[in-house]
Design a binder for this molecule. Structure first.
Ligand code: C2E
Ligand code: CA
Ligand code: CA
Ligand code: CA
Length: 277
């Protein structure tokens, strides 16, 4: 009766406070990560399916924790969103990527698109647009080469406000991608409303191509859907030749994946870009 109920409440409270402590610890770790320069960006090439030419790179954050070693973004980004630290991370990522673009350009590479991931929480902030504008000005970034990747779920809340922000970004010259396409809740009707340039087919579909019946049909349909709306279609997570040849037959535009390259540090990308300039 009462005693057991009381115990359950006690256990529950204890568990909550443990989770709360973990969040606090993470918050202080992230603050220190800025202080000790533990964040870096890796860049994964985005490649033309037909020619294998690099058309762009996607910036992906890396964290080398002083004591805990590498912490993947799939672990700390959701927590950073929850504890209100994603803005700071997002601002750092955008600035770093823009600085890097300018550095590569100054080193003599022919410019390629640089894509940055924006979390849903960031997009909802009123400071987001002015921040992008400031960083572009401050770094001397050419906005025609800046691409912002947003997941479809992040634009399903406050859709009208998001569309307005997306339009503003496009007016600035920035390109937009829908990331992880096919995993979210968006209806096809929305695709028509979003002022986007690229559709990125989520890697789960690509991985299942030869494992699950129906996956091939789904991928075909997504490529056609993108093309119907005048979008370039990107396949993510391409690891094998067979998959590449399938998406080539289906006229997918670009791909990313370990088959061509893992995400690489800035110097290696610079060398790659110089070798083709
Ligand atoms: P995403 O934006 O979908 O990024 C693609 C992820 O797939 C990256 O993992 C990349 O390293 C990985 N990947 C690329 N090609 C292959 C492949 O052929 N096989 C496999 N198995 N994986 C591949 P990563 O870097 O660990 O990032 C995971 C997620 O964390 C990202 O998914 C993105 O949602 C988030 N993320 C990463 N960097 C940032 C960032 O700077 N800001 C925000 N807001 N989110 C980020
Ligand atoms: Ca992405
Ligand atoms: Ca993705
Ligand atoms: Ca993802």
């Amino acid at each position: 009766g009462k005693v057991n109920g009381g115990n359950r409440v006690y256990e529950y409270t204890e568990q909550l406070s443990k989770q709360y402590n973990e969040l606090l610890l993470m918050a202080s770790d992230i603050r220190k990560a800025f202080q000790y320069n533990e964040f870096t960006l890796s860049y994964q090439p985005k490649v033309d399916v037909g020619t294998d030419a690099i058309v762009g790179v996607e910036a992906l954050i890396r964290w080398e924790h002083g004591k805990k070693g590498k912490i993947p973004p799939s672990v700390f980004i959701p927590i950073a969103e929850e504890i209100g630290m994603i803005d700071q991370i997002g601002e750092w990522v955008l600035r770093k990527a823009c600085q890097q673009f300018v550095e590569w350009k100054n080193a003599g590479t022919s410019p390629v698109m640089i894509a940055v991931n924006i979390s849903a929480v960031e997009l909802q902030q009123p400071e987001f647009l002015p921040r992008v504008k400031n960083i572009i000005e401050e770094t001397g970034m050419d906005p025609d080469y800046l691409e912002i990747e947003i997941t479809e779920n992040s634009v399903m809340q406050n859709t009208e406000a998001c569309i307005q922000k997306m339009n503003e970004l496009r007016k600035m010259g920035v390109s937009l991608s829908i990331d992880d396409f096919g995993t979210g809740y968006s209806s096809m009707g929305y695709l028509q409303k979003f002022p986007i340039n690229y559709l990125k087919i989520d890697q789960s579909f690509i991985k299942e191509l030869f494992l699950e019946t129906g996956s091939a049909e789904i991928i075909k349909a997504m490529i056609q859907l993108g093309h119907t709306f005048g979008l370039k279609v990107v396949a993510e997570g391409v690891e094998g030749e067979q998959i590449l040849s399938f998406i080539k037959d289906e006229k997918c535009d670009y791909y990313q994946g370990y088959l061509y390259s893992k995400p690489l540090e800035a110097e290696l990308i610079e060398a790659k870009l110089l070798s083709i300039s």
